[in-house]
Design a protein around this ligand. Structure first.
Ligand SMILES: N[C@@H](CCC[C@H](N)C(=O)O)C(=O)O
Length: 274
């Protein structure tokens, strides 16, 4: 029986997470915990849980679990939320420190404007024009790459014209396309126009739905748009839950955005009892 569990809930550009201290969650099956806690309406609900552990005064250890209980090697928005949590709980001394993730050691900085910025894993396994997406009369080019987790970046001429249901159906079909994506994929539907921020909507693996933002997805998109369309750094993106910026400095990609505390408290055992 799990007792009262201290938690914080944070949102990064609308991607929301339940964050727990490693010491409080030590004896728990984290995959099971994620499936229980992330279910909206029956429990607190979130796009994932993050477990944060003290390591050194300049480094915290973090692990992400998706709502379906799978372990995600990386989460961009979750990294900023974990960084804010680590500062709030006094696990690290800011403003510059490191997050130790399953995708490596990621430098992070608490900015004077209240936002956080975190170095993202270097894009790998890049396949430009990996396939074409058939969407009714239209054909959309899809670029595939890995930014800690797998991503597809699909260029869509007018993304706002497509309903949530349509993008969800297309995203789900691609996510489960084992031929092109043996490990599954997150799918970013992206509209690029000159002189305005990129508009991005994301179907997330492990959530199996559109979420309000995806930080690794924003990074994947920025990399593709910079490389193929010469978009200069920094690249700004509008997502359903706010704004994200991806910049390149010292040859590394930085994800910049908010990390807002929504709630602090204790989870009742009944949050898990359903
Ligand atoms: N929301 C995330 C991505 C989290 C991982 C993803 N669900 C997966 O398993 O691939 C982000 O902000 O990067």
């Amino acid at each position: 029986m799990v007792g009262e569990l201290p938690f914080m809930k944070l949102s990064g550009a609308g991607n929301d997470f339940i964050v727990l201290a490693e010491e409080d969650a030590a004896d728990l099956d984290l995959s099971w915990l994620a499936r229980r806690l992330c279910t909206r309406a029956l429990s607190l609900g979130a796009d994932g849980i993050i477990v944060v552990g003290a390591e050194r005064s300049d480094a915290a250890r973090i692990r992400f679990y998706n709502p379906d209980g799978s372990l995600a090697e990386m989460c961009g928005n979750g990294s900023r939320c974990a960084a804010r949590y680590a500062v709030e709980r006094g696990l690290v001394q800011g403003p510059e420190f490191h997050l130790l993730t399953d995708s490596g050691d990621l430098p992070v900085m608490a900015r004077p404007d209240g936002r956080f910025e975190v170095v993202m894993p270097e894009p790998e396994q890049v396949r430009f024009d990996a396939m074409t997406v058939e969407a009714g009369e239209e054909q959309w080019p899809l670029h595939a790459l890995w930014v800690g987790v797998p991503h597809a970046v699909v260029f869509v001429p007018d993304v706002e014209r497509h309903s949530d249901e349509h993008l969800t159906a297309l995203g789900r079909a691609l996510r489960y396309d084992d031929k092109h994506f043996p490990a599954g994929t997150n799918v970013n539907f992206v509209e690029v126009a000159p002189d305005r921020p990129i508009r991005q909507r994301t179907y997330e693996r492990g959530v199996e739905a559109l979420t309000k933002a995806c930080g690794t997805g924003a990074t994947a998109t920025a990399f593709v748009v910079h490389t193929l369309l010469d978009r200069p750094w920094p690249v700004d993106l509008v997502v359903d839950g706010g704004r994200l910026t991806v910049d390149q400095r010292d040859g590394r990609l930085w994800l910049i955005g908010d990390a807002r505390i929504i709630a602090r408290g204790t989870l009742s055992p009944e949050a898990l009892a359903w």
